[in-house]
Design a protein around this ligand. Structure first.
Ligand SMILES: Cc1cc2nc3c(=O)[nH]c(=O)nc-3n(C[C@H](O)[C@H](O)[C@H](O)COP(=O)(O)OP(=O)(O)OC[C@H]3O[C@@H](n4cnc5c(N)ncnc54)[C@H](O)[C@@H]3O)c2cc1C
Length: 502
């Protein structure tokens, strides 16, 4: 330990800047890898013994499960993971999924494919909506190519955004009516709000990608989210955690370090600067700049401040309830998809009424015993009732977990009848597990609900050398989302580099 400490102090003396990253989630690792590539000494502290956070994988018995994220996205040419890989000299071991996922509600089965023909065939009135969605998404991709400096942190950012808007004018003017519009209002303008089956389908897509449904989701976020199957999705060899492992390897190759089982428990600050971080083994490490791969609430706690309005967080932000199952492979061969979105016949999505089911690829024998698949099932769940149950005692919490498990299994077997009798092993996890696994206060996962473009957070904090990355900052959740946020953070801090040299 002493030796490591000395290395950091020594490195600090010979180099201009030394970056400390708190957390080896995808956001922290992407920021660390980009800095290390530019020759800046980087040390990543990770509380767990493996990297990846919400996008990690873990071994349980003979299975290797993805813990949260299961769908690889953002790997196509020019997309955030592709750009990151090119810059770091990494070749991602990914291959395209034949279809993004299959949506099932009662007897309706829809494959989400790069084309919209099957959706339009089932919902013919939606044709003009999809044409508009596609036009908006293309424009937004063009506008945000190379990352969008949003929210602007100064005059330079405002000029940067204005020049992009001007370059794409008059097409960019088409975005104006959507800036403050909800997805629901947009759908209503196409008279689609009166079709409950179509609205349920859209709500299900929005919930998993923008963490809210049509009435509150912003229309432009929705346009991008609904484009996901068009850009393609990818299988990651060895599990989703491969992405994090490769990023950690890239940091080490470029001279940085990733230290596991090291939780940062306090920040040592003076005025508007962070001087050092303290870890749970009693060590203290000096830093010129610190990047926290944390939620703002967890960062508040780290600074000894109570997070604002805990009750609101508990009951308004999403977490997830999970089942990790070993299932006979034939179930998914028959379904014809590795990912399924299963909807209950009635009720709002979430809380066991919508499931996202992902099976390890049929030919990946490193993930499950022969003839089986390692399957992750998730449903959106509010943290509040879970933490309340835990407060009442272990018994109340276990009863709630059992109840949830039963209702999730019921919907799984209802919509995927082949699963009945084909489940070989099972484990459950709750928002309380997510808090323990990721250090995210109250287990909130999935990023902020994308309801407005104007109340989003950027990387800056109240401290001049402390920055945030991860899915709490714009553009929010998903692997490409947090990689884009990490790039923005790195560009911002490099542009202000003078501030960090003491
Ligand atoms: C159930 C679920 C399904 C999802 N599905 C998909 C999907 O299919 N595709 C997709 O692209 N995205 C998906 N996502 C979203 C995606 O996984 C996340 O948006 C993304 O991985 C979050 O990354 P992050 O950078 O915010 O870091 P996090 O994942 O939050 O990781 C933070 C890391 O920091 C560590 N840490 C925290 N505090 C400390 C501390 N004090 N000291 C040291 N270490 C600390 C934690 O241990 C953790 O490893 C899903 C998320 C969930 C929960």
């Amino acid at each position: 330990m002493d030796v490591e400490n000395k290395i950091i102090r020594k490195t600090e003396k010979v180099c201009e800047r030394h970056a400390i990253i708190i957390g080896a989630g995808i956001g922290g690792l992407a920021a660390g890898a980009l800095l290390a590539r530019r020759g800046i000494p980087v040390t990543v502290f990770e509380a767990r013994r493996y990297p990846g956070g919400c996008a990690s994988d873990f071994t349980a018995g003979r299975y290797r499960f993805d813990s949260g994220a299961t769908v690889g996205c953002g790997f196509h040419d020019g997309a955030p993971l592709h750009r990151l890989g090119c810059e770091l000299g990494l070749v991602w071991p990914v291959r395209p999924e034949p279809l993004a996922w299959q949506y099932r509600h009662k007897s309706l089965h829809l494959d989400l494919l790069p084309g919209r023909e099957n959706i339009i065939a089932r919902f013919p009135r939606s044709k003009r909506f999809w044409e508009e969605q596609s036009k908006l998404a293309r424009l937004l991709w063009q506008l945000s190519a190379d990352g969008l400096p949003w929210p602007p942190s100064g005059v330079e950012d405002i000029l940067g955004i204005s020049s992009r808007v001007f370059r794409l004018f008059p097409r960019s003017a088409q975005l104006l009516p959507f800036l403050r519009r909800s997805a629901h209002d947009w759908l209503a303008s196409h008279q689609l709000d009166t079709d409950p089956d179509f609205m349920r389908f859209i709500d299900a897509q929005l919930l998993i990608s923008v963490q809210s449904t049509a009435p509150s989701a912003n229309a432009l976020y929705a346009a991008i989210a609904l484009d996901l199957p068009v850009s393609g999705t990818w299988q990651v060899e060895g599990g989703i955690g491969t992405v994090a492992r490769l990023l950690a390897g890239s940091i080490e190759r470029d001279g940085g370090r990733v230290l596991y089982n090291r939780k940062v428990i306090a920040l040592d600050t003076a005025g508007t600067r962070v001087q050092a971080v303290k870890t749970d083994d009693g060590e203290e490490f000096v830093a010129d700049l610190v990047i926290a791969n944390m939620t703002p609430e967890a960062l508040d706690l780290l600074q000894g401040r109570a997070p604002l309005d805990e009750r609101k967080t508990l009951f308004s932000r999403w977490s997830a309830f999970m089942l990790y199952l070993g299932i006979d492979a034939a179930v998914f061969d028959h379904a014809g998809a590795n990912h399924l979105q299963l909807m209950a016949s009635e009720g709002d999505p979430g809380e066991g009424r919508s499931l996202f089911v992902s099976a390890s690829p049929a030919d990946d024998l490193t993930r499950a015993p022969e003839g089986e698949r390692a399957v992750t099932v998730s449903t959106h769940s509010r943290s509040g009732p879970w933490f309340e149950a835990l407060q009442q005692g272990r018994g109340a919490y276990e009863v709630m977990k059992e109840k949830y498990t039963d209702s999730v299994l019921r919907l799984l077997c209802e919509q995927l009848s082949e699963a009945e009798g084909a489940i070989r092993s099972m484990m459950a996890a709750t928002p309380c597990s997510w808090e323990r696994w990721t250090g995210r206060h109250l287990g909130v996962v999935g990023g902020y609900p994308q309801t407005s473009l104007f109340n989003v957070r950027g990387p800056s904090t109240g401290y001049e050398n402390l920055f945030l990355v991860g899915d709490s900052i714009f553009p929010g959740q998903s692997l490409p989302g947090v990689v884009t946020g990490a790039r923005r953070c790195v560009e911002l801090l490099l542009s202000q580099a003078g501030k960090y040299v003491r």
